[in-house]
Design a protein around this ligand. Sequence first.
Ligand code: M6R
Length: 366
Amino acid sequence: EKGGFEHFMLKEIYEQPRSIKDCMRGRIYPGEGKVQLGGIKEFAEKLKNVDRIIIVACGTSWHAGLVGEYLIEEYARIPVEVEYASEFRYRNPIITEKDVVIAISQSGETADTMAAIEMAKERGATIFGICNVAGASIPRLTHAGVYTHAGPEIGVASTKAFTAQVTVLTLMAFYMAQQKGTITASKMIELLTELDHIPEKIQKALESNDIIKEVAEKIKDSRNCLFLGRGSGFPVALEGALKLKEISYIHAEGYPAAEMKHGPIALIDEEMPVVFIATQNSSYEKVISNIQEVKARKGKVIAIVTEGDTEVKKMADYCIEIPDANEAFLPLLATIPLQLLSYHIAVMRGCNIDQPRNLAKSVTVE
Ligand code: M6R
């Protein structure tokens, strides 16, 4: 049942080229520059005029929501707020009939996310779901939705469900942009053509496994680990840190790289590994100066870099390459090595990979 893999988590990590393809199937038409999302098509008109989107979720799904915020604001120019479902439901938030709420949940059973949906629904909002488990409670509570089609995820640590959620949010961002006319037809063709090839690039990213194992060996005994990124690399850093703490029990934190000097920099010494998302995109130069700040304090730098990078390589202790891609698709690629890194560290520490202590696959109590 694990298909020759030692753990479900590893199997699910390796399934991602396929699961992302499944997620996009029948939804993108690169040649025509069109996105079709049958599940929400009745709401196409509503999306044209919506002036705010609220995303609610927990855990990894909340991280996917943060990526969604970047993409929807960038491409569809609709303001987005991303909320922890557990906070949102108890905060007497301002919601009106004009709002669209997107609830993200792999299991479709998370108690806080369900309660947040119920509240938003009572206040008249339109609710979309992004779920993996078909027919679960959340898809039944929402007005419409888009399934992630990642297939069953058994490992408690979410991997392929996360990248599928990000894929759906990417499709939604492009779909909304299409409705609103905020992306030109030629740009849409270009983006969708590239998106269509992302599964192959993910395959390529998986090929760094041996190098990642070597890096894991070097940092496996650390007590802490910092993950830093900027832009959409920030939610990737948060997700990398969550993965590491969940399965290896190493204390890890994700931070926007620029926030480091507002506190976490005090933690940096030769014992502290810092994982940077340092790919070549709009924040590349800024991230390089953040790396210098860490090196000046003798931190150990592990950098996720774009294939062929030379600048970061001069400074970092270890580099892990991922294929070059448009910034929109960076989260899908940069997440892969972080999943593998956590996996190998946890294996080396003798942890229970698929069922980490104290955690359940779906959190059905608040
Ligand atoms: O099923 P959901 O996506 O609603 O679950 C939300 C979180 O409980 C979940 O993402 C959790 O954080 C995972 N263990 C992360 O790997």
